[in-house]
Design a binder for this molecule. Structure first.
Ligand code: AMP
Length: 176
């Protein structure tokens, strides 16, 4: 089985969560399968090994699960992008639209160094709004966006189109 097939076979669809009409992709079931986790991590790391990645930044909270081991595989620093109010020191903040209402994410002002090539990682690419907000945080810090990495992308929501403005590659292991 390919990594994509492995992931699709263990990711669970939850209908009408968190609201009616949404099919939620529950990635927690991946962690019951260490072999799938290891293949997924290896595929991501192999994809980026020879590209110039200086840092991996991941989104709270499911992005942390593969983002941190990916950074360690690539032997680069890891940065936590968190929801508003969680980070203790001075932050940059970006507000972005969700399906209903809005959300704010933050990063420590000194988390990135200017000119650093940052890989942004999250579990699922849906509309791309969250990853685009993370990219804004990278740019506010005067760092560069080296790419976007996700376990799974939901093709019908056109997240790739939203991320095209940043001129960086989008790599996903599986699609739905
Ligand atoms: P986005 O629409 O790309 O901004 O997605 C917002 C966040 O919610 C991302 O961090 C995704 O991981 C998560 N998310 C959005 N839609 C889904 C879905 N259908 N299943 C699982 N996670 C989702």
């Amino acid at each position: 089985m390919t990594v994509s097939e492995q992931l699709n076979s263990v990711i669970t669809d939850v209908h009408d969560f968190p609201q009616p009409g949404i099919i939620f992709k529950d990635i927690t079931s991946i962690f019951q399968h260490p072999d799938v986790c290891k293949s997924a991590l290896k595929s991501m790391a192999d994809h980026y090994r020879n590209r110039q990645i200086d840092c991996v930044a991941a989104l709270e909270s499911r992005g942390f699960l593969f983002g941190f081991p990916l950074a360690m595989e690539l032997n680069v620093p890891f940065v936590l992008i968190r929801k508003k109010g969680k980070l203790p020191r001075e932050t940059h903040a970006v507000s972005y639209a969700l399906e209903y209402g809005h959300a704010v994410i933050e990063v420590h002002k000194d988390a990135f160094t200017p000119g650093q090539n940052v890989l942004i990682h999250d579990d699922v690419l849906a509309t791309g709004g969250t990853a685009a907000a993370a990219a804004q945080l990278v740019l506010l810090s005067k760092a560069r966006i080296a790419g976007f990495s996700f376990l799974l992308e939901l093709n019908f929501l056109n997240g790739r189109q939203k991320l095209a403005q940043f001129g960086a590659g989008v790599f996903t292991l599986a699609a739905h």
